[in-house]
Design a protein. Sequence first.
Length: 285
Amino acid sequence: MIVIDGKKTAQDIRAELAAEVSAATAAGRRAPGLAVILVGEDPASQVYVRNKEKGCAEAGIASFAYRLPADTKQQDLLQLIEECNSRPDVDGILLQLPLPKGLDAQACLLAIDPAKDVDGFHPENVGRLSLGLPGFVSCTPAGVMELLRRYNLSTRGKKAVVVGRSDIVGKPLALLLTRSGEFGDATVTICHSRTPDLAAECRSADFLFLAIGRPRLITGDMVRQGAVVIDVGINRTSDGLCGDADYESVSAKASAITPVPGGVGPMTIAMLLMNTVQSWRQRTA
Ligand code: NAD
């Protein structure tokens, strides 16, 4: 049984990006830049933003932090986004969600230049993904695909079940798995809270992807012997963080599994950095 090490993989990616960036800056090119916009004082968002800034520093990416008060006006936020859109040293714009009450997240996301939308939330990038065109892919599903690639877990011709249909994880992940290629070409079923027999669907999976947000909902009896289980869930319980899979019973059945923490989680920031560097490559080519 393989325990998929997302922490180590994310470190490898950061080191690869750092090497590329330092070679380019030594040759006189400017460093990649990420604008990070945080509105309000949500404690979880503050932690995420700090980690993203730390990740940038490690990869040699300049981060430009904008910390705005919770009572920021929509107009002022839109104006800041506009400023970031036109700054030549900004390759990516990250608007940390959720926004405080009174601000329209959808309108703000729409205002971000799709060519700097390193979170992949702009409808243009979502449309590009669904059409199979190049564009930015939401970081968590992109991180899942990167783990499959780096562990050489080919989904071609396999049965994949994605539990969860959110716009940021389940849906884009299902789209990526149906693309053609070694790490695509899967036959995909999307399950959600109204799926009648979740256990039977899960048991049909060669590859089981969990993006539910329910601690230990998926138990070993719901998993096919030898399945690959990718657990995106991050749940806070009284005994610490856990995934959507009951790790003990599921890992006894799986051929490969991502632990929580240390699986998919660290990949999300790594993919944000990768998207920023990709944007920078295009803009400085
Ligand atoms: P969400 O709440 O938007 O979506 C959850 C999905 O699960 C919904 O589509 C719902 O239909 C489905 N669902 C809920 N209960 C179900 C049930 N009993 N049976 C079947 N389906 C059920 O959540 P999300 O934003 O997609 O996040 C999912 C999980 O992934 C959360 O635990 C979240 O913390 C985690 N997450 C992790 C990362 C990361 O960096 N690793 C990033 C985003 C989300």
